[in-house]
Every structure is written in C-alpha cells, then in structure tokens.
Ligand binder design. Sequence first.
Ligand SMILES: NC(=O)C1=CN([C@@H]2O[C@H](COP(=O)(O)OP(=O)(O)OC[C@H]3O[C@@H](n4cnc5c(N)ncnc54)[C@H](O)[C@@H]3O)[C@@H](O)[C@H]2O)C=CC1
Ligand SMILES: O=C(CO)COP(=O)(O)O
Length: 326
Amino acid sequence: MKDQVVSGAPSSFPAHPYRKAAVIGAGSWGTALAVTMARAGCAVSIYGRDPEVIAEMNTKSTTERFLPGVSLPGNLTGVTDMAQALEGAEAVLIVVPSRSVREVSRQVAEHVPAGIPIAVCAKGIEPDTGLLMTQVAEQELNGHPIGCLSGPTFALETALGHPTAATAAFPFSYGDRLKPHDSPAVRLAVSLSTESFRVYVSDDLVGVEIGGAVKNIIAIACGLMTGAGFAENTRAALITRGLDEMKALAEALGGRRETVTGLSGIGDLALTCSSATSRNMALGQQLGEGLSRAQCFEGKPVVVEGELNAISVTDLARSLKVAMPI
Ligand SMILES: NC(=O)C1=CN([C@@H]2O[C@H](COP(=O)(O)OP(=O)(O)OC[C@H]3O[C@@H](n4cnc5c(N)ncnc54)[C@H](O)[C@@H]3O)[C@@H](O)[C@H]2O)C=CC1
Ligand SMILES: O=C(CO)COP(=O)(O)O
C-alpha cells in the first residue's frame, strides 16, 4: 500500500486526536514536532536533559539554539523529569539521535502503561545489530504499538509553518480489534495536522525507515561531490542511483519498493541532497572542500546521522547481499 492520504482538518476526519502527548528529546526536531502537535490542539510535554533549554522554553516561550525565531505555543510545557513528561500521555514521540534510541526506549518503558503508542522519529540503523529504530524500540518496550514518523521535514521550516508533509507508519493490524481510523498512524496523523503540516499514513515501517536512514548517507555523498567542484549532473546521478539502492535494501528487508517513492524516500532524499541546510549535505560539502573531519565539527557538536549510519547501513547491506555502491 502506498502512503495513504489523511487529509482535511482534524475535526473533519473521523478519528480522535490525542489530547495529551509526550515528546522525548528537546532538540530541533523534537521541539518542531511538539510545536506542531500543540498548534493542532494537543497538550504536549516535552522532555529535555538540558535545564537551561527547558527553562527558556517555559519562561520565554523560545528555544533560540534549536529553533531561532519560533514562538512556542502555551500548551507546550518543557520538563526535565521524564516520568513527569510521560504522565497521562496518550502517545509518545521519541525524537533523539539514533544512537540514543535504545537507552531512551528503556527509560520510557519504566513510565508508560502498556498500550500507549510510541512513534520513533530518529533516522538510522543500529550499529552491530542492524536493527531499524522501531525494532530497537520494540525490544525495549513490550506491549506497545510502535511506529515511526519520517519525511522531508527540516525542523525550522516545519516550526515556522512552511507547508510540510510527512508519513506516519504503524502496523495496521496491531491489536486486531482496531478499526483503521483508530489506528495509531491515523490518530497521530490527525493529532499533527495543522494548516501547514500534513501527514500521510502507511503500514510499511521498513520502507519508511530505510528511506530515512539511507538518504542521509547519499546526502553526504552529494555534499562531497559539490564540495569537490562538481555540479548538477553528478547530484542527479547520485540521487537517482541512491534511490535505487534504497529500494533494493527496503525490499531485501521485506519492505515495499513503492514506499521508497513516497515522502520518506525520494521526498527526503531530494530535500536533503539539495540544500546545505541539511547537516549531512553540509558535512559532505566541507569534507569535499578539503576540511578534515575535526575541522568540520570544531565548536559545533551537531548530529549528522549519515556519518553514524554509513557503516551500519553498509554492514546491513553486505549481510543481505544487497549491492549499495554509493
Ligand atoms: N532536525 C531535523 O530537521 C530533523 C531531524 N530528524 C531526526 O531526528 C533525530 C534527532 O535530531 P535533531 O532533533 O535534529 O537533533 P538535535 O541535535 O537538534 O537534538 C537532539 C536532542 O536529543 C537529545 N538527546 C540526545 N541523547 C539523549 C538521551 N539519551 N536522552 C535524552 N535526550 C537526548 C539532545 O540533548 C538534544 O536535545 C535524528 O535522528 C534526526 O535525523 C528527522 C527529521 C528532521
Ligand atoms: O532529516 C532531515 C530532513 O528531513 C534533516 O536532515 P539533516 O539531518 O541532514 O539536517
């Protein structure tokens, strides 16, 4: 099944939006999602480790380091206590870098009652195990519907209200008794729907997650080529061949090739490979210009998932005998 449309205002769609949600991770994407959900009418608690970031959210309604120029809605509350953030939450979004998803899932498991849906919003493959982020969460969180949210979504643009679309994927069959409009994918889609943010639903977690994990690596390659002085022909070739690699890996893992032609595949690949707003593309570009890795990160510890995941994706592809030359 391709991405399915959940369109229209939340009130016109026959699904119940979540009234209270918790976002775990108060960086740029976690906060952008929290802002979007709060604007859609949900009371959101966002958990962050840094007391200064959380204090700024609560006292000034801003987070200048992560989303400069964005005013946070009043129904969004920052907390530094995870149990407090999760109390009463009807849905949980885990929005930390891929390397922290296992640890955070384990912590979340201590505080959330069974049955509460968990959406993992990190993009990556776990090193050593080769597991998708939702599979990592599944190992740590028993008895929860687990899905993901992914797509071409720069955090700041999303929070500034630029028209943006993403895909929510959960197994539709979870619990057997669920009607489609009660599925966590649909409820999450509705809970995130605003005038500027539109969410499509899918049940192909593998297809969606592989797109998100692999596009970061292709974006580094595009950056490398740009930094080295090559231009549009080279980028188009990398995007097109990169898409083919994504499809092959998704299929080898049981996902659908057509999912990769959706927002979380070609959509995110096109976005991330076209703009130095992308941290992955920017890193590649600097390396291509001849900077050392240490120089690229000097004074700014940023999350560059493609760098962390180039090895885990390559290992996974090799173990499945999927050719991924880029
Ligand atoms: N920034 C963006 O435009 C988008 C990012 N993503 C994905 O979202 C994930 C997070 O990225 P960003 O928010 O951009 O990174 P970020 O660097 O802006 O923020 C990461 C946050 O996670 C927190 N964190 C890290 N480890 C933690 C732990 N163990 N416990 C609690 N908090 C922890 C950090 O303190 C920081 O606040 C990545 O996988 C990224 O690929 C996905 C779509 C868009
Ligand atoms: O995933 C993203 C946009 O969809 C963000 O990309 P970067 O991590 O490369 O900035």
